[in-house]
Ligand binder design. Structure first.
Ligand code: PHE
Length: 354
């Protein structure tokens, strides 16, 4: 060893090969590297401090000796690093059990909103409701005229609705209610033999809303409809009470408030007692104990007439509920955008909707 180097360096030089051999992984090697050649607090760093303080005439030789030592250590560290990296690769290959089945791609699953709509369908199916679907590109006739929506209704304006520029009279449906018109028209000729009509219509709807935590230009609704003899508000209330208890729990209470939709008369909005705080008042129900969850009412005679069903003989009810709102409440999700950003961590955590 160079006579200019201090005795503890000889000590370090002796210990180095053993310490190097003792590094069993890359982390240990990094620690050793830090202790010997690291920028601060290492053996070489201490020698550099001594170099600064050394008498002028010694500086050149001492500097050269330190550098030589540093290079030797660095090369040895590098070689050991390559060895350890090799060993790690080899270990990986060895650990591969070729009798195991190959790794499977991640399994897909239904989106939480689709699961929630599925639950609703499951609640109504035993009551004799089947599922109807309608197109998302609708005609004004189905989306508005057949639903007794007057010409000056705001929903008919281009500020609120996506019209298809290339197809006059066509638009992205603003609610699932046009499925009422389509289904009533289609089933009208069979209504006597069937004794009535009952169905659920889940699906996507579109409105010109700015995206924010509670609005999206695309969202989901579930429409429900029943036509029969002598149907009144009592049937609507009883059915909704049954269905909402099945969804939110047996202690759920419901409340009907008068409201207006052109295609029902009378019309109402329906609240459920807050399922999260047992109606005591919380953030979700804004302290009121009630959460609004759907619009409903008795089918307006004009809607039945439009579809070719005699409003003197038949009557019925309809409701439409917002799926996102319900999903947000059930899962206590404060921002609806989470449902559409498709972050798998969020989607997987949505177990509460089942
Ligand atoms: N279509 C109405 C809406 O989108 C909801 C509704 C459906 C109201 C059926 C009454 C009856 O707001």
């Amino acid at each position: 060893m160079d006579p200019l180097l201090p005795p503890e360096t000889a000590e370090a030089e002796r210990a180095f090969p053993q310490a190097l051999a003792a590094c069993r992984d890359l982390d240990a090697l990094l620690r050793l590297k830090g202790a010997y050649v690291g920028r601060e607090g290492s053996h070489v760093a201490r020698l550099m401090d001594q170099l600064k303080a050394a008498p002028k005439e010694q500086k050149r030789d001492l500097g050269a000796a330190i550098n030589a030592l540093k290079n030797t250590w660095e090369e040895a560290l590098k070689a050991r690093q390559a060895e350890l990296e090799e060993a790690r690769k080899a270990a990986k290959t060895l650990a591969w059990d070729r009798t195991l089945p190959p790794p499977q791609p991640a399994r897909g699953a239904l989106h939480p909103l689709n699961r929630l709509m599925g639950r609703l369908v499951d609640v109504f199916r035993p009551l004799g409701f089947h599922v109807e679907e309608g197109p998302e590109v609708e005609t004004e006739e189905h989306n508005f005229d057949g639903l007794n929506i007057p010409a000056d209704h705001p929903a008919r304006g281009s500020a609120d609705t996506f019209y298809l520029a290339a197809h006059p009279g066509q638009l992205l449906r603003t609610h699932t209610s046009p499925v009422q018109v389509r289904t009533l028209k289609r089933l009208a000729p069979h209504i006597h033999e069937a004794g009535g009509i009952r169905f659920l219509a889940p699906g996507r709807v579109y409105r010109k809303d700015e995206i924010d935590p509670t609005h999206s230009p695309m969202f989901h609704q579930v429409e429900g409809m029943l036509v029969g003899h002598g149907i009144g508000m009592q049937h609507l209330k009883g059915t909704l009470e049954y269905a909402l208890r099945a969804l939110f729990g047996p202690a759920t209470e419901i409340r009907l408030r008068p409201s207006y939709f052109p295609f029902v008369e009378p019309g109402c909005e329906v609240d459920v007692s807050c399922p999260l705080c047992a109606a005591k008042g919380c953030r979700v129900c804004k302290g009121s104990g009630w959460v609004e969850i759907l619009g409903a009412g008795l089918i307006h005679p004009n809607v039945l007439d439009f579809a070719g069903i005699d409003a003197n003989e038949w009557s019925g009810w309809a409701f439409g509920m917002g799926v996102e709102r319900m999903a947000m409440m059930l899962s206590q999700t404060p921002d609806l955008r989470l449902f559409f950003e498709n972050d798998q961590r969020f989607l997987t955590a949505m177990g509460g909707l089942d």
